[in-house]
Design a protein around this ligand. Structure first.
Ligand code: NAG
Ligand code: NAG
Ligand code: NAG
Ligand code: CU
Length: 394
């Protein structure tokens, strides 16, 4: 059994609204629920708010060429900041994408791509190195999420934007959170109990060398994704009872259930104070990325790994196939959000840097999935990607 996962793969890769709105400083509003809402602003939300006036000042000096401003930017909201009908609209759009035929992944090479949703999974599996190596990790995932949001809107009539998962809100009890409680307006529940042994983290010292099992690991039998068919993969880390893919590259058809281990041990490193410290204490972008991904020498799993293994299971626990769990987009949305909050702490210095100092003509190349994109054009969510990025996180 090999349960290595992200930390190991990264260490090798990196070398190569409903309710009323609150008025914000600068006259712009954050769409947070205030009507009997159970989640007060946490210290990360406050950092985001405090940084907005700085960002506004930065944009005055450096207006986006495409005319995107804080006022015109669309808002990606936290899951619970959406009303229940908005959550249900989002879920319908994801199910719609899963019901449409693939259009990008070639049938010959990817017999396991059964749906339009699987186009995205196949992309992450095929271009994993391109997506995760330095300097691409942050900008390439930003682009990838943007394409997903666009598909939900353009192809499935979704009228909102990609929600994110503020980990800290649910870290104490993820299974009973509005994301994972298994009701029809959640993103599905815990997997059935299984013999899941937990996730080994061999580069960490005991007791941090293992994320203990969270009580699931089996099929998700509640909520909107209980009938979901996972087909591509697995490729990397897998649970023992997941059938092997018939193709050695993992692209064969391997229909199976969605499995999860919603895991409070993993979630325990995603309380708001961890994210706050990551943003406040990372003085440069290399430190930000490194601490976010985890530091074995400090027994620190990091919020990236913490969030991924709060979902766990199959395909959520598989480095290559993880976007096959619809919560992937929420998790990486939060990563994208905190990158933005980190940038906003000192926008003049931080807007245009990523680890690894890419050359001016460096591109993110996602092959058959999308045209090559200039890496340096993906650094700002306000006006990046030729003006097509124009969003902020509420
Ligand atoms: C699901 O649970 C959330 C959180 O408790 C709640 O707000 C929502 O109304 C529930 N949805 C349904 C369909 O019961
Ligand atoms: C799952 O499939 C069954 C059988 O087709 C159907 O009755 C049920 O409504 C489906 N549930 C969901 C949440 O899609
Ligand atoms: C966050 O708070 C918890 C509980 O108070 C504490 O154990 C942990 O060390 C804190 N983490 C950081 C990074 O401050
Ligand atoms: Cu990824």
């Amino acid at each position: 059994m090999i349960f290595t996962g992200w930390a190991f793969l990264f260490s090798s890769l990196l070398e190569v609204g409903a309710g009323p709105v609150e008025k914000m400083a600068g006259g712009f509003t954050f769409g947070r629920r205030t009507d009997g809402f159970p989640y007060p602003l946490d210290e990360v939300d406050k950092l985001a708010e405090e940084a907005v006036p700085k960002f506004e000042a930065y944009l005055k000096k450096n207006p986006s060429k495409s005319g995107c401003t804080l006022e015109t930017a669309t808002r990606r909201k936290e899951w619970t900041d959406l009303s229940v009908p908005q959550r249900e609209e989002y879920i319908r759009a994801v199910l719609c994408l899963q019901s449409k035929p693939p259009k990008l992944a070639s049938k010959a090479k990817y017999p396991g791509a059964l749906s339009r949703y699987d186009d995205f999974v196949a992309t992450h599996e095929t271009y994993a190195m391109e997506l995760h190596s330095t300097p691409h990790l942050l900008p390439a995932h930003r682009l990838y999420i943007w394409y997903y949001e666009k598909a939900l809107r353009d192809e499935c009539g979704y009228t909102g934007y990609q929600p994110y998962w503020n980990w800290g809100r649910y870290a104490a009890d993820p299974v009973n959170s509005p994301l994972f409680n298994g009701n029809m307006s959640s993103m599905g529940g815990q997997g059935l109990p299984s013999t899941y042994p937990g996730v080994m983290q061999p580069q960490y010292k005991s007791p941090y060398d293992k994320i203990p099992p969270g009580g699931g690991g089996g099929c998700v039998t509640e909520g909107p994704f209980k009938n979901m068919t996972v087909s591509l993969g697995p490729i990397g880390t897998v649970l023992t009872d997941v059938p092997k893919n018939p193709q050695s590259d993992g692209f064969g058809s391997n229909p199976r259930c969605l499995r999860r281990d919603v895991n409070k041990y993993s979630a325990s490193v995603t309380f708001a104070n961890y994210t706050y410290a990551l943003i406040k204490d990372s003085k440069d972008v290399d430190t930000f990325q490194k601490v976010m991904l985890g530091q074995p020498e400090k027994n620190d799993w990091g919020v990236h790994l913490g969030g991924h293994y709060t979902i766990g299971g199959d395909p959520g626990g598989d480095f290559f196939s993880s976007p096959g769990d619809p919560l992937f987009w929420f998790h990486h949305g939060m990563i994208d959000r905190i990158w933005w909050i980190w940038q906003m702490q000192d926008p003049e210095k931080r807007m245009n840097v990523v680890p690894g100092k890419p050359k001016a003509d460096d591109k993110v190349k996602l092959g058959w999935f999308a045209p090559d994109a200039l890496t340096s054009d993906l650094f700002t969510n306000i006006g990046g990607f030729g003006g097509q990025f124009c969003y902020i996180y509420d």
